[in-house]
Design a protein around this ligand. Sequence first.
Ligand SMILES: C[S@@+](CC[C@H](N)C(=O)[O-])C[C@H]1O[C@@H](n2cnc3c(N)ncnc32)[C@H](O)[C@@H]1O
Length: 233
Amino acid sequence: MAIESELTVPREIVDENRAALATVPRWITLEDRAAGRFEYGMPTRAYELMDLPMGGSPMIADLLVAIARARDSRRYLEIGVSAGKSFWLVARDMVARGGACVGFDFEAINPTLRSMLAGWGDAASYVEGDVFDPRAWDRLADRGPFDLVFSDALHDPAGLRAEHEHLRRLDLTAPGAVIVWDDLEQSGEGPMWSAVREIHAARGGVYTLTGVAINGWTGEHEPPHMVGVSRPR
Ligand SMILES: C[S@@+](CC[C@H](N)C(=O)[O-])C[C@H]1O[C@@H](n2cnc3c(N)ncnc32)[C@H](O)[C@@H]1O
């Protein structure tokens, strides 16, 4: 049975995450961002907003922490990590509960994130690779299965289908895993929703798909956007 309350983020999670974010003065330096292959997927507008206070409305990282706590998730995969803001917020909660988290991105790990994870050992790891490269996925094979997956890399149907193919090929999602897809069409219809519905249907009838409008990695500085959550009924 789905845990209905898990999609309503408790105030204490927002407050904890805002306090944690306040300890991070700068998520990525201009130089490190410029050294990325595609500037860590962070347009200048987002870069300028990244380090501001995020406001008190829930953002996607808060929702992920809420789901992880409600389900006691212990294995997290984030596909598309960028500077590491959501990854770090989820990882610090999950690792404190004895879990382990893996980030996957075709950029090298942001040096700021690397230093924030220093001393965490195997509890937080990072795989540098392309979603479309089977060999990159092979390097994830012994780190799963994951019970919470956040798909936030390409925001494009072909990328979602490639992720799904490799998650299945390598059996990387545990039975009952929750998958969260970022940046779906607000209307509930369109190519992203079609891809998500197709992937969700392939998971079988024991899962339910819900759309949630929520702030992204720039918090209240940009309008809420739509995410899809596929989770056990
Ligand atoms: C929107 S950002 C991720 C934000 C992050 N999840 C957060 O909430 O803090 C998207 C990331 O996906 C990565 N990305 C884009 N295309 C990719 C691909 N084909 N393979 C792997 N990573 C990719 C980009 O490098 C970028 O860092």
